[in-house]
Design a protein around this ligand. Sequence first.
Ligand code: SF4
Length: 679
Amino acid sequence: ETKKPAREVKTVCPYCGVGCNIYLGVRGDKIVSARGDTDNSVNKGNLCVKGRFGYSFINHPDRLKKPLIKRNDEFIEVEWEEALDYVAQKLSGYKGDEFASISSARCPNEDNYAVQKFTRAVMGTNNVDNCARSCHAPSVAGLAKIFGSGAMSNSIDEIKDASCLFVIGTNPTASYPVLGLRIIEAVKNGAKLIVADPRNINLCKHADIVMNQTPGTDVALIMGMMKVIVDEELHDQAYIDDRSEGFEEFKESLQSYDIETVESITGVDGELIKEAARTYASIKPASILYSLGITEHTHGTENVFALGDLALLTGNMGKPFGGVNPIRGQNNVQGACDMGCLPDTFPGYQKLDDPNTIERFETAWNVDLNRSKGITFPEMVMAAKNGDIKAMYIVGENPVTSEPDTENIKDAMNSLDFLVVQDIFMSETAQMADVVLPGCSYAEKDGTFANSERRIQRVRKAINPVGESKPDWLITSLIAKKMGAKGFDFKDASDVYDEVAKVSPTFAGINYGRIEDEGIQWPCHNEEHDGTPILHTEEFKTETGRAKFIPLTYRPSAELPDETYPLILTTGRSIYHYQTSTMTGAVEGLKKLYGEDYIDISREDASKLGVVADETVKVISRRGEIKPKVRITDRCRKGVVFMTFHFGESATNVITNSACDPISKTPEFKVCAVRVEKI
Ligand code: SF4
């Protein structure tokens, strides 16, 4: 039933990293509408289907309303006091590296700050990570090494005025639809668009050049483009001399990437690669946009290095409408990293191995800190299985469904002595917990999200917390206080952010008063500073102030097709759902539009297998099997099949590969070998 709102509250969409500003309509204690904000907002009034209609999960009857403790394999509702006492008493037995936490890329910065402070200052370990590990950790590692910062270099608003856009390994019209609109607007304004993706995504209809590379061959493709650029002297030698180092060694590494070799590795026509290289190098400034099709590989960081090299080679960094721009798929994955929910990085990207960092935080928090680097989520899984990690605290994440090789994750969760999960619904991971604590949604609390372009924006409380749920920063602080910790007496979310600004020079000039109307893009070092829409305009944030070329060698994916598993499965998103659909799955309209997962198969493969549309098939990998229905499509080329990862019932991650990128530890969600069988 649609009701008119009695009042509206301006906040930020909780789904993708565009960070659209929305007005939530409120009647009583219910959210009854959502509309896009037109004033000074990143979305200029636009919203996609998730932002516009995906709010009914907030008042869904299945929301967790009271704390739960598992006794004799059954969850029993308890009062907060009892739950907090129990969690505090249990966690007191696991100090140091026996403990690990996972924080949430869906939760505001304040919640993330509290989790990492609790982990470091109370539990005495740096074992804290967030789901960026499974998505953009290669961007953080790769771009930081080349340019000194792992974030999007330019701003979303610049896209519409770009002259040339190179969109690779991302499906913007499905995953970040409002940003996708900007790309289409740029094309209408005359921009050249190059799309490189294993599938014929929607954006291909608007592109001047489309390259459908074999999944996992991006390094070879980009190296091939760069060899063409250097051979034809289209690179920007003056920029290279002025602002970079390591060019000669890098140039050497291009030698093996002649066009015939690249054509045979990538499956892309050589003439098309040449045309893409010439277009990108000669129409300036040119912007690169990418996301998980680049990062979720066993060579994800090398893919990011390749894109950094390409932008540097052509002098496209530090300029309006240029840069290298990783688009974030989750509303606050940027913020979870900004807040230091990483095993080697404190808030504001202050490195653990810098003695000044430890000193600053020991003084600010008045505790002695553990100086050893923590471990990443895939390492936590191993450590839990072999008994080194005994207790975990997971806030707002559902790794049982979101991580590759589901059985492996379940084994790890089952091996723990004690698991606390804090969430708004009884997720697959929450079901395995000893204690489940009800956090509240973004509509029920104050805070800030950082969108893809590093803009810190206000999240505002629209209704009271559902049931007895509480803001996550408050729950974490209450546990810390029960454990006798000092430094968790935050008055409200704004008070938490003030501490963030005090301990992180990058955010020092930001407070709630300053972002009341519109957000500020970090870095913002003091209250007179207006923020930074474009990074690297003067110098790079590396030790020498110069960007570093990285020589590269193409390495194939961990699993290649063979006789037993002849197809490559690659994964991605649908426009209608978000992550493991714990939120969008509770929205009836979105479920109606897209309620179960399909496997997309090319016509040629479907006819070879003798399968027809809507037929249920078995999809089998070395790790397990699932049974989705078939969708026959021109989007996939022969030999490549595609699934989303939104649904627990046909959980795609039962079959994906947990092999990781050695640098970032990000799993290879984008390539695994499978076979499809008729049932
Ligand atoms: Fe929300 Fe992203 Fe859609 Fe904007 S584009 S409404 S931020 S999901």
